[in-house]
Design a protein around this ligand. Structure first.
Ligand code: ADP
Length: 327
């Protein structure tokens, strides 16, 4: 029989994403409702290694559901990559009697959680907190919706000036090695083309399409470039296009970190609240090494190693639709 959990630790790790605070709030309040003690671990795994761990109560999470970033702070922690660092972290948890963990982060954080859990037999539950939506096994991740909406708002503004000047704009969006922010924001803003790492970039086709549109006097074009596209970013593409089509006015806009911040959207707040609630349910049910994912609007518990191993795929249908709608 699995041991009953009495004290849990919660941390945010890796890149921050809007909605992490809503998830922290849900975990803390659900845990307290179930008579569990809760500890906030500051700065991700670094706080575990350095014993930066403090008790939390219902008031510690008041007035945070609407705030971006993470009240627990986050970091990337080199020590946690080594056994000695993880042992130190475990000893610090042990001192406080923490016997379960909720980790809000991306696939790297989940990898760390899985290794830690296997080494020290402590249940770890993951919540997918990343704007990149690059975790297999869940339809959405906390922060993706907000980041995509931020990108859409910015691209709409860029379209106004592109239209005023008859220009081609290349807009680079975030996503690391995943193209979801590019794909969704590109479709939502009627982009002419969307370059994502999941598909080989056909440069010749881009040029042909721009030439053809120039002939038809379709002069306002926006191409969305995912930062991880294998050809390079928007600056590389701009150089290439200027060489091939010197008469075209091309401008580059790199959206950058504005996509990470800001108040979480309603969808992210609800998603984070549901996931946080279910993370505690998971621990109470004695589940180990899973993360909470959403599939067809239902919560699922997915083994951490499935998030780590699988890469998401973007179907051919989506790309076909992008082309048809951009004519
Ligand atoms: P994200 O969770 O956003 O993908 P990272 O990949 O930077 O971000 O991972 C966050 C942290 O998780 C790392 O700084 C490290 O402390 C921990 N981590 C990642 N991979 C491992 C691993 N293989 N072993 C132990 N810890 C890891």
């Amino acid at each position: 029989m699995t041991k009953k959990i009495t004290k849990i630790g919660i941390l945010t790790s890796g890149g921050d994403s809007p909605g992490m605070n809503a998830a922290i709030r849900a975990v803390v309040r659900t845990a307290l409702y179930n008579k569990l003690e809760v500890f906030g671990i500051n700065h991700g795994y670094m706080g575990m290694v350095n014993d930066d761990i403090t008790p939390m109560d219902g008031r510690s999470v008041a007035n945070i559901i609407q705030r971006g970033g993470t009240i627990l702070k986050t970091s990337r922690c080199k020590e946690f990559l080594e056994y000695e660092g993880r042992k130190k972290a475990f000893d610090n948890l042990n001192k406080k009697g923490i016997d379960g963990l909720v980790i809000i982060g991306g696939d790297g954080s989940f990898r760390g959680a899985q290794i830690f859990s296997n080494e020290f037999n402590i249940p770890c539950i993951g919540l997918p907190g990343t704007i990149d939506k690059d975790i297999a096994g869940t339809d959405y991740t906390i922060g993706f919706d907000t980041a995509t909406n931020t990108a859409v708002e910015a691209i709409d503004k860029i379209r106004d000036t592109a239209d005023a000047h008859d220009r081609l704009f290349l807009v680079e969006v975030m996503g690391r090695d995943a193209g979801y922010i590019a794909l969704h924001s590109g479709i939502a803003t009627g982009a002419e083309n969307i370059l994502i790492p999941e598909r080989k970039t056909d440069l010749e086709e881009i040029i042909l399409s721009l030439e053809e549109k120039e002939k038809r006097k379709k002069l306002v074009n926006i191409i969305i470039v995912a930062e991880g596209d294998e050809f390079g970013g928007a600056n590389d593409l701009s150089k290439y296009i200027k060489e091939k089509l010197p008469s075209l006015e091309v401008r580059v806009c790199i959206l950058g970190h504005i996509q990470r911040g800001g108040a979480p959207s309603c969808m992210d707040r609800v998603l984070a609240s549901r996931m946080g609630y279910h993370a505690v349910e998971c621990l109470l049910e004695g589940k180990h090494n899973v993360f909470v994912g959403i599939v067809n609007n239902k919560m699922h518990y997915i083994p951490l190693n499935e998030a780590i191993k699988k890469k998401q795929r973007i179907s051919d249908d989506w790309m076909k639709m992008v082309k048809i709608l951009a004519t």
